[in-house]
Design a protein around this ligand. Structure first.
Ligand code: 1PR
Length: 580
């Protein structure tokens, strides 16, 4: 387990401003929460050295940033004291977690003050995501909280009432506002965003803004002033384009000519996700498997677990082939304890060294007591997944129990795995994976759940259906519908829904468009359509007919029947924006 350089103390209350208190905004003023200014002197070392100083306050996964820096040939020096910031020759600040706890840590440790001095002296700096937002005067996340106050403006939440799904997750286009050097290679390519809060351009901060992005509002995608850069998106998760942004920051005097990309990015792209269902086979080896309607055993006498390849190799292949995301589902996690399943954590660690798009991992995220009586909370399980390289975790069975309880009592206890993980890591880091099975009925009044009129009638001519949620990998049906579950988990803090369908899984006959329509119209968080892809047309169909934000497939990629690039080319031809 990697020890974080700092131990964050999450008690944001001291930073919380009462909403009614007017916020006195002074141009370029510092946050009053920062300690009194010490006169720091900066001893910059040679900018040609190969060391990058990293400000990691231990609140989340910065493994991907570390991996990207190492991939580009640099060593990392972790900030331990404010002086380490002041002595950095180049500093990267990948802010993670929520605004208030981050400010709390920066303020109490003296890091915030050092950061301001460093930036004011125009030293090479790159802030990422929250590392951009913290430079502003304040944020509305966690109440109204003062930021470092270097850039005028308040960071606010996206407005989902405009029909845009929040969090803003996925690959979006930038509008370059001024020469920003590090964005020189971006051309018309997409970069990866994942956030619910954003800063807006204004007359007061226009000198800082180097690019914007449209998502309901025009928000600030990057800032640049002299040697100071910050980006709202994640270069470490933006594939080759992202790596070249980091490279230009790390080698500022690079004379590399601008790359003229053939990208045509103009808006949020529909994502194509490769999914790897992983489990140990009967010899104990971790393999990528694939079921037919969730049955992953071969139809042979030996009845062995279907083996479609090695997880790390396949994930790397899909990254190279252009997958916008890779998901690992530890499909026996409901009965095996994932922290005992160290190979799965190793898979994540190795994969994240070479795969620079988002990684989601699911399976077994719940409270667990081991044979020695040691209790592990779901938060600890998730933390280990994040530390090992996951960007998002996906909860299946435990989210079903949480939703049932919430619907029954109407009370959010704050204690479910879903609520706890999304509170600490943000809802953009929490996916709920739904495993529903279609149940045909003759009359919608026969059940208490949301029903649909099906586009093809059932085996006995039934015209309606509801979708029953299951747990434990489809083994047990529960008294809750997919519609009810989706709405409940959105309220409990899910940031995205992975919508499987047991009936369609592995059948290659297309996504269940009825189900995807039902769920993607019911919630305002992104929905990933899953199960049933057989040909590229199935992807264009689900995007044309539903509000899905992404489509996921497994079997056709594992069996090399359809390359990811063919899916993307087909979508482009059909006028559906994708990342290329
Ligand atoms: O309940 O929190 O431990 O999570 C278990 C996770 O494992 C859930 O996300 C659940 O969906 C998954 N899972 C459990 N058993 C199976 C199984 O197949 N026996 N896999 C399973 C689910 C479904 C998809 C699949 C698509 C696309 N796999 O993710 O990849 O259906 O397949 P296709 O393109 O070949 O049709 P918990």
């Amino acid at each position: 387990m990697e020890a974080p350089p700092f131990t964050p103390s999450y008690s944001p209350s001291s930073l919380l401003l009462r909403r009614k208190t007017p916020l006195t905004v002074t141009k370029f003023s510092r946050s009053p929460n920062l300690k009194t200014r010490t006169n720091f002197s900066i001893r910059a070392s040679s900018s040609t050295d190969s060391v990058v100083t990293l400000l990691d306050y231990g609140a989340g996964n910065v493994r991907s940033v570390r991996n990207a820096i190492k991939f580009l040939g640099f060593e990392i020096k972790d900030v331990q004291t404010p002086e380490d910031i002041l002595n950095a020759s180049r500093l990267i600040f990948p802010g993670v977690g929520a605004f208030a706890p981050a400010m709390e840590v920066l303020s109490k440790s003296g890091m915030g003050e050092a950061l301001c001095s460093y930036i004011e002296k125009d030293r090479p700096f790159l802030g990422i995501c929250l590392g951009l937002q913290l430079l502003f005067e304040s944020s509305e996340e966690n109440g109204l909280i003062k930021g470092l106050g270097l850039i005028p403006g308040t960071v606010g939440r996206f407005d989902s009432s405009k029909g845009f799904r929040v969090p803003h997750i996925g690959w979006n286009a930038l509008k370059i506002a001024k020469d920003s050097e590090i964005l020189d290679d971006i051309g018309n390519h997409h970069v990866y965003f994942v956030h619910s809060y954003r800063a807006m351009p204004s007359d007061d901060n226009k000198e800082w803004v180097s690019s914007t992005c449209d998502y309901g509002d025009k928000f600030i995608a990057s800032i640049r002033r002299g040697n100071v850069h910050a980006v709202q998106f994640h270069p470490e998760k933006s594939g080759d384009v992202g790596l070249s942004i980091l490279r230009r920051f790390l080698y500022p005097k690079s004379t590399a000519a601008k790359k003229t990309g053939e990208g045509k990015a103009s808006k949020l792209a529909k994502r194509v996700i490769a999914c790897l269902d992983v489990r140990a086979n009967d010899n104990g080896d971790l393999v990528v498997t694939k079921g037919d309607q969730y049955d992953v055993r071969e139809n042979t006498e030996e009845n062995e677990v279907r083996n479609l390849g090695k997880p790390v190799e396949l994930a790397e292949q899909y990254y190279k082939d252009g997958a916008d995301e890779v998901s690992f589902l530890n499909i026996t996690g409901f009965r095996d304890f994932p922290l005992g399943d160290l190979p799965m954590l190793q898979v994540l660690r190795y994969t994240s060294e070479n795969v620079f798009v988002p990684l989601t991992v699911g399976g077994g995220i719940r409270d667990f007591t081991d044979s020695q009586g040691r209790h592990y909370s779901s938060l600890e399980v998730a933390a280990e997944y994040f530390r090992s390289g996951a960007d998002k975790i996906s909860i299946g069975s435990d989210a079903v129990y949480a939703a049932e309880e919430y619907i029954r009592t109407g009370v959010k206890t704050g204690k479910t795995s879903l609520e706890q993980i999304s509170r600490v890591y943000g809802n953009q880091a929490v996916v709920v994976s739904i495993d529903p099975r279609r149940v045909y009925i003759n009359d919608p009044n026969d059940v208490q759940f949301q029903t649909i009129k099906v586009s093809s009638s059932g085996p006995n001519g039934e015209e309606y259906a509801w979708y029953q949620c299951t747990v434990n990998g489809g083994r047990e049906g529960r008294p809750i519908g997919a519609y009810e579950l989706a709405k409940a988990v959105e309220e409990l803090g899910a940031g995205e829904i992975l919508l499987n369908c047991i009936d369609c899984d592995g059948q290659g006959k297309g996504f269940d468009v009825d189900l995807v329509t039902l769920i993607s119209d019911a919630v305002s968080i992104p929905v990933i359509a899953s199960s049933g892809a057989g040909v590229p047309d199935h992807f264009s169909e689900v995007f044309a007919k539903t509000n899905a934000s992404a489509a996921l497939a497994a079997g056709i990629f594992h069996r090399k029947e359809v390359p990811i690039q063919s899916v993307k080319e087909h979508l482009l031809k059909e006028g559906i924006e994708v990342r290329i």
